[in-house]
Design a protein around this ligand. Structure first.
Ligand code: HSE
Length: 437
């Protein structure tokens, strides 16, 4: 059978890895796909062909639209990133009847609904496994492996840079800014590292996971997003003393009134496997009704790990090229006509437990005032520690763990605690999840 022709847009970290993996494993890949897969056209800004074996035998251009318009190309692999010109390139490829594979989480999270609708009209496939958790086949696992289950919730460490920073702070006591610099030098961080530390990258990925877990359209704009830049070494230490680790989690949960989609630092019990996922590694814990909990762990970034997911999508597209489009695995796991309009809940309506840290005067009645405020908001305390402050005389750091409560009540309580004369500065609040069944 005639080989499938692939055009690659972008030969950077992921594009280069994809090219190398396709070349190196060509025989094994074609045995799996049922026909040959060959790269015939590449768009890249600067190509040093010596870096890539046999690149001199294929067409190379600096204009990505040339690849998209090449009638010989069957699958366009978009590895440029960002929205512009990625969106135009992808839509143009679809319009020309070409299948698309992309690693672009921002593009899928924000423009996925439009892209999938265009692809369905044209009967072409859009693969995006590499967009979430790099090489971990989490989309395939949820969309196909768990197709018989109702998913209750999932929680994932889906940004390697953020996890690397928290791990280094916890294990080596390193400073936030130093670790971020190292993550940038290692090539893990996004071009704009605020996407990593402010949780935007994780929110893109969570929007995608939430949609395929619950069968709702992509709604990136509704994901509650909080970064890790306010986490201090102190909080990491207190969490550890209380038997917890702080992880930057993306959480999607089916609640009674809707769906929770939230990204924020989270205290989780140190005995959970996911609490011990360190460095740049990613992991997603999924709770499904028939199977129970499963944990998917692996490299969430990097050249060949991400290429592994891109190539798997190319193989998938190749295998199903002859299948009728309605018999293919739907983009968002559920048939497009069966997507639900279940609302995404506002953060006020989310119920969770909390870690609170505040600075209070070390004098009689202060703790009583704080516990009265919490009690008035129906917030029950699970644990409390008080430590004399090393920095400010006659004050103490008070750390409280609470049971579950609506975020709305917690906001009111924090406002009132902050307005007490005996409390100085802001209350540091980190949400807490047991991640049990
Ligand atoms: N900046 C991302 C991360 C790269 O650190 O996880 C992979 O999406």
């Amino acid at each position: 059978m005639k080989p499938v022709n692939v055009g690659i847009l972008g030969l950077g970290t992921v594009g280069g890895g994809t090219y190398r993996v396709l070349m190196r494993n060509a025989d094994e890949i074609s045995r799996r796909a049922g026909r040959g897969i060959q790269v015939t056209h590449v768009a890249a800004r600067d190509v040093k062909s010596s870096e890539f074996k046999e690149l001199d035998k294929i067409k190379i251009t600096q204009d990505a639209f040339e690849v998209v318009n090449d009638p010989e190309v069957d699958i366009v692999v978009e590895l440029i990133g960002g929205y512009d010109p990625a969106l135009e390139l992808v839509l143009k490829a679809i319009e020309q009847g070409k299948h698309v594979v992309t690693a672009n989480k921002a593009l899928i999270a924000v423009h996925g609904n439009e892209i999938f609708s265009a692809a369905s009209k044209k009967g072409v496939m859009v693969g995006f496994e590499a967009a979430v958790a790099g090489g971990i086949p989490i989309i395939k696992a949820i969309r196909e492996g768990l197709a018989g289950n109702r998913i209750s919730w999932l929680a994932g460490i889906i940004n390697g840079t953020g996890n690397f920073i928290l791990t280094e702070m916890q294990e080596k006591g390193r400073k936030f800014t130093d670790v971020l610099k190292e993550a940038q030098e290692l090539g893990y961080a996004e071009a704009d590292p605020s996407f990593d530390v402010e949780g935007i990258d994780a929110a893109h990925k969570l929007a995608i996971l939430g949609s395929i877990a619950f069968g709702v359209p992509l709604q990136f704009e509704k994901v509650y997003t909080e970064g890790i830049s306010h986490i201090t070494r102190e909080d990491v230490d207190y969490a550890e003393q209380l038997g917890y680790r702080i992880k930057h989690l993306g959480i999607a949960r089916k609640a009674d009134k809707g769906i929770e989609l939230r990204v924020h630092p989270t205290l989780i019990p140190e005995k959970r496997l996911i609490a011990n996922v360190n460095g740049v590694m990613n992991a997603v814990l999924v709770y499904a009704d028939a199977l129970g909990p499963t944990l998917y762990y692996g490299a969430g970034a990097g050249s060949e790990p991400t290429a592994s997911a891109v190539v798997a999508d190319i193989v998938d597209v190749t295998r199903t090229l002859t299948a009728d489009s309605e018999n293919r695995v739907p983009h968002l796991a559920f048939q497009a006509s069966s997507l639900a309009d279940t609302p995404v809940l506002n953060m006020d309506e989310v119920s969770t437990s909390y870690y609170l840290r505040l600075q209070a005067a070390d004098e009689p009645g202060v703790i009583a005032d704080i516990t009265r405020i919490l009690g008035d908001q129906k917030i029950s305390i699970e644990a409390m520690i008080q430590k004399e402050s090393k920095n400010i005389e006659q004050t103490a750091s008070v750390i409280l763990l609470t049971h579950q409560v609506l975020e709305r009540n917690m906001n009111l309580a924090i406002q009132q605690i902050e307005s007490l004369d005996s409390v100085s500065g802001k209350v540091c609040r980190i949400r807490m999840e047991s991640l049990g069944s």
